[in-house]
Design a binder for this molecule. Structure first.
Ligand SMILES: [Fe+2]
Length: 189
């Protein structure tokens, strides 16, 4: 009886170990992996294709300067050099601009997958009688892979809505009049 239990337990253990290895190999996110895929979020109706590369997204506009920075990684936490973030957002009073790519632009990650979005704090706008919280729209991609479309929000915003996902809410700090935040994107390269 004892031997029968041992004999049947061995293949079960092998299956469990193999299953665990395959689960990891497949790149599926798990709770112990710090590099789970960044959640997507609605694109919304205001995206324009063809925005240029920019050093600063909100270069000529008044508003609270905001600097969001971090890394662009794959699910194995490897940086993705040269990845691109296509950013679009409202101005400080909640208005999108549709000419001259105002508050629209692409940012390149550097050779180590690090990026900086230097912009102004987005304002809120009313849509269908309800306010949307302050947010930044982004499409994040490697040079070859699919784009992750998502939005970033800000802590303490009373207008967080049904679209707002907790994993996409930025913590912020302020120094010398500039609001800073850090966020790492994890995408399929
Ligand atoms: Fe929006």
């Amino acid at each position: 009886m004892f031997n029968r239990v041992v004999v049947s337990a061995v293949p079960i253990a092998v299956v469990l170990v193999l299953g665990s290895v395959l689960w990891q190999y497949d790149g599926m996110p798990d709770s112990d992996n710090p590099c789970t895929l960044t959640e997507n979020n609605a694109e919304g109706p205001y995206y324009l294709e063809g925005s240029p590369l920019k050093e600063k997204i909100g270069e000529f506009l008044e508003g609270q300067r905001l600097v969001v920075s971090g890394n662009i990684l794959d699910v194995d936490c490897n940086p993705i050099p040269g990845a691109i973030i296509d950013v679009w957002q409202t101005d400080s009073v909640g208005k999108y601009h549709f000419e001259d790519f105002v508050l629209r632009g692409k940012v390149h990650a550097d050779d180590n997958g690090k990026y900086v979005i230097d912009t102004i704090f987005p304002g809120k706008y009313s849509e269908g009688g309800q306010f949307r919280p302050a947010h930044i729209h982004l499409k994040v991609s490697s040079l070859e892979g699919p784009a992750l479309t998502t939005q970033l929000y800000f802590e303490g915003d009373e207008h967080h809505d049904w679209l707002t996902k907790s994993s996409l809410i930025l913590e912020t700090s302020e120094s010398d009049g500039i609001v800073y935040s850090e966020f790492d994107f994890v995408i399929v390269p």
